[in-house]
Design a protein around this ligand. Structure first.
Ligand code: PEP
Ligand code: MG
Length: 896
């Protein structure tokens, strides 16, 4: 019999922290905390396998699930000493989602389940607090209606506001038991009116309704979006946790809060968090009331007047500090903790490895290794490579003038400039049009996640450091200022006002998420300094990685940036990109449009000096490191002038006959330029082009050898080769040109001749190519295009549909298709090495900077990856993590 349900609480548990795949993160950690003897309200977890079953069987449950749930519920009743559905002594439960990887706020939660018109009276008697009982009931009706019955919060807000207005009160805490009772009656009437049936009174029906809703929420839009963004497979499913309720809303000795064992923004080793007295969990994260600091130091730092938990509840705080210390030592990582104090008694509701900014991740990893808690290798595995991106981009220039509009909390560090938008959809639209935007909201909710992702930065008027906006922004690496309380948004007018000053949608603002400032206009930025923890961790990564990391670069600026980021050479210098400059492109166009060899040679003679001087510069910057020069591969349509006017201008500037030129341009038009006369086909048809380039490369190398005294290491690479005989022809062309250059110069340099592997035939016949090539570089952009038969230029129109329908889990141009394209790479590696053992192989398609694709390159045993300069540090770290997995099985947290 399959065990679908795992119990926990009362000092023991069926599961433990290693069972995340089955129990989800929350369930596994609740079980672990119970076994550690920490105060955890008893409950049970319905496994992720039930979720998989549910979606695999037309949304039905396994036959024996009901019996297992009944048994687990009975156990909880035994431990708590209350009965689910009992009028005198009712057990209430929470029902929450809990996937393998945490997806904060993406799925649904129901609290206070089990309340109905009778049990609410029982709860009132039992607690001796009628107001509390009805407050809990109204919360339950709102949440359940929203999550399970699909009736929006706003309906309930309206009713509540009417009551408050009539009673002349402004905050919820002023409402009495009688007020809540009336509100509850109105809520129930509202549900019946809107949905045509009464609010469900049977606690068991409520329970199954909530369980179903949690499983359903695995497939809601925001969960899907979050999974896509964080690479969480749909097949993982979520677990459901049913747990006995403890109440933070039972008066002034009750509270609820969240804490991080270290600062999630900076990594500083100090307990950090927020709490609210007389409140339930959702109040803290929802940003409805602004919470108070946990510690006295935190309160003083924030300049708050309301007492911290340390001051207001010193005894429970002492216990709490001890528990969180134990949790951090036990998990050996910074913990993100939820807790409740019920009438002076501490309860732990959740612990998990906390989300953190890149800066904080680096500091925590380096500090924990220094404290001896983890090894250097584990430190390396603790930082998500893609997150480093946050550190590589500019910050505000400290010398620049700052005109502060307002300040809020420094919720997520980093600087961003953009146009004001007030709506998540609008943010997404604007970003798609290439606009940088700052999303300004009263508060954010999970519905806004796509807009937060599209925005450069986020500002909220309400909410604390652990509000939805703050947590999600930190996770995404978006700068965020939260709780900027002076901001008044007028959605209808499309404006926000700060102390009388009006700012319109579309106006440019800048935010400093590290300081919590919202600033006027665009503020100057400076390049980041990569020192301290960054250098330390990268040093460790370099010690363990096997894969070399090179950069795709052709300009001196890119090459310098790449070296600064630690590139060990250039893996792809796209020579056609060296001609984008106005003065140069004319000569290239002239060459392409020439209809005879003499015309081409004349144009080539104009190009040759640029080529040579560019290579001199690149070789000088990359002194002593390999530089792979990819010979011309211009998709012709990118280079031919399109309009009559452009054509006339070209003719005039080059002294050519305009009519003849237009005629030739027409001849060259291709229906399918991506599969047309590009790559080495150009070199085979017009060998003088490649001869000029080879000559420029080698003459430059000889010159640099002379001036620097160090010989450059040129690797001459031929694009889009498919046939052994093509490669033979190109190899001879290259060697003959080299021979001539060296003879003329009376000097020589070592060079390699190789090919890109970017066509399926090239991969399949890699053995033939290897006979004439000294290295392979996998051009996975074209290899993906040609393997799938999907055009790189046109795929945008339908890829999204494929991803939405789950046919593609990821865009194959971003993440290597390890099965299909990957098979071709495996085959090419095997067949290439069979012909030429030890020949060098690398990757230079976009995938060379994608961490999961890098892991694949490690598995296949490639020698290097090459990626854009800003991704070099990411690739260094990803390569180290891949090497660690290969060597010792240390996997990154998320992948475990
Ligand atoms: C490739 O095809 O992967 C490649 C690197 O070449 P390009 O993107 O220039 O076609
Ligand atoms: Mg290519």
């Amino acid at each position: 019999m399959t065990k679908w349900v795992y119990g926990f609480g009362g000092g023991s548990a069926d599961g433990d922290a290693s069972m995340k795949n089955l129990l989800g993160g929350k369930g596994a950690n609740l079980a672990e905390m119970s076994s550690l003897g920490l105060p955890v309200p008893p409950g049970f977890t319905i496994t992720t396998e039930v979720c998989t079953y549910y979606y695999g069987h037309g949304e039905a449950y396994p036959a024996d699930l009901q019996a297992q749930v009944a048994e687990a519920l009975a156990k909880v009743e035994g431990v708590v000493g209350k009965t689910f559905g009992s009028v005198e002594n009712p057990l209430l439960v929470s029902v929450r989602s809990g996937a393998r990887a945490s997806m904060p706020g993406m799925m649904d939660t129901v609290l206070n389940l089990g309340l109905n018109d009778e049990t609410v009276e029982g709860l009132a008697k039992l607690s001796g607090d009628r107001r509390f009982a009805y407050d809990s009931y109204r919360r339950f009706i709102t949440m359940y209606s929203n999550v399970v019955l699909g009736l929006g919060h706003d309906h309930f807000e309206e009713v509540l506001d009417e009551h408050k207005e009539r009673l002349g009160v402004s905050v919820d805490t002023e409402l009495t038991a009688e007020n809540w009772e009336k509100i509850v009656a109105d809520y129930k009437a509202l549900v019946e009116r809107e949905l045509g049936k009464p609010f469900p009174q049977d606690p068991h029906a409520q329970l199954w309704g909530a369980v179903g809703a949690v499983f359903e929420s695995w497939m809601n839009d925001r969960a899907k979006f979050y999974r896509r963004m964080h690479d969480i497979p749909e097949s993982w499913g979520t677990a459901v946790n049913v747990q006995s309720m403890v109440f933070g809303n039972m008066g002034e000795t009750s509270a609820t809060g969240v804490a991080f064992t270290r600062n999630p923004s900076t990594g500083e080793n100090k307990l950090y968090g927020e709490f609210l007295i007389n409140a339930q969990g959702e109040d803290v994260v929802a940003g409805i009331r602004t919470p108070q600091s946990l510690t006295k130091a935190g309160r003083e730092e924030m300049g708050e007047t309301a007492l911290s938990m340390e001051e207001a509840m010193p005894v429970v705080f002492g216990q709490f500090v001890e528990v969180v210390g134990r949790l951090e030592s036990h998990y050996r990582d910074m913990q993100d903790i939820e807790f409740t104090v019920e009438q002076g008694r501490l309860w732990m509701l959740q612990t998990r490895n906390g989300k953190r900014t890149a800066k904080s991740a680096l500091k925590i990893a380096v500090d924990l290794a220094a404290e001896g808690v983890i090894s250097k290798e584990e430190g390396i595995s603790r930082v998500e490579p893609a997150a480093l991106d946050q550190l590589l981009h500019p910050t505000l220039d400290p010398k620049a003038e700052r005109k502060i509009i307002t300040t809020g909390l420094p919720a997520s560090p980093g600087a961003a400039t953009g146009k004001i938008v007030f709506d998540a959809d609008e943010a997404e639209r604007a970003a798609q049009n290439g606009d940088a935007v700052i999303l300004v909201r009263d508060e954010t909710s999970p519905e806004d996640i796509h807009g937060m992702h599209a925005a450069r930065g986020i500002v909220t008027a309400r909410g604390g450091m652990t509000s939805h906006a703050a947590v999600v922004a930190r996770g995404m690496g978006r700068p965020c200022v939260s709780g900027a309380g002076d901001i008044r948004i007028d959605d209808k007018a499309g404006t926000f006002t700060v102390r009388g000053r009006v700012f319109k949608a579309g106006e440019i603002i800048t935010i400093d998420g590290g300081k919590g400032e919202v600033l006027e206009g665009a503020v100057a930025m400076i390049e980041p300094e990569l020192t301290g923890d960054f250098q330390t961790l990268m040093g460790w990564a370099d010690e363990v990685r096997r894969l070399k990391v090179r950069a795709n670069a052709e300009t001196p600026l890119d090459a310098k940036t790449a070296r600064g980021f630690g590139a060990e050479g250039i893996g792809l210098c796209r020579t056609e990109h060296m001609f984008f400059d106005d003065t140069r492109i004319a000569a290239v166009r002239e060459m392409i449009l020439a209809d005879n060899e003499a015309g081409r040679r004349a144009a080539l003679a104009k190009i040759a000096p640029f080529q040579k001087s560019d290579f001199v510069e690149l070789f000088t910057i990359m002194s002593g490191l390999p530089v792979t020069v990819r010979l011309l591969d211009p998709p012709l349509h990118e280079f031919i002038p399109h309009t009559e006017a452009e054509m006339d201008a070209l003719a005039a500037s080059q002294g050519l006959d305009a009519e003849k030129l237009k005629h030739r341009a027409k001849d060259l038009q291709e229906t399918n330029p991506m599969l047309g006369h590009r790559g080495c086909r150009l070199g085979v048809a017009y060998p003088e082009i490649y001869e000029m380039q080879v000559r420029a490369v080698l003459e430059a190398a000889l010159e640099v050898k002379k001036t620097l005294g160090v010989a450059p290491i040129p690797e001459i690479m031929h694009p889009l080769v498919a046939l052994g005989l093509e490669m033979k022809y190109l190899r001879e062309l290259t060697d003959n040109t080299a021979k001539a250059v060296f003879e003329e110069a009376g000097d020589s340099v070592d060079y390699l001749v190789g090919t890109m592997v970017e066509l399926p035939r090239a991969a399949l016949r890699a053995g033939d190519l290897a006979e004439h090539a000294e290295f392979f570089s996998f051009g996975t952009n074209d290899l993906t295009q040609t393997t799938f038969g999907i055009s790189r230029d046109d795929s945008g129109r339908f890829l999204q549909v494929y991803m939405d329908k789950g046919i593609f889990e990821n865009d194959p141009f971003v993440r290597l298709d390890q099965n299909g394209v990957g098979d071709l790479i495996r085959i090419a590696e095997e067949r290439g090495h069979a012909t030429k053992p030890g020949m060098k192989m690398g990757i230079c398609g976009e995938h060379g900077g994608d961490p999961s694709s890098i892991a694949f390159c490690e598995e296949v045993g490639l020698d290097y990856v090459s990626c854009s300069p800003y991704r070099v540090p990411i690739a260094r770290l990803a390569a180290a993590q891949a090497a660690l997995v290969a060597k010792s099985g240390i996997a990154r947290e998320k992948d475990r």
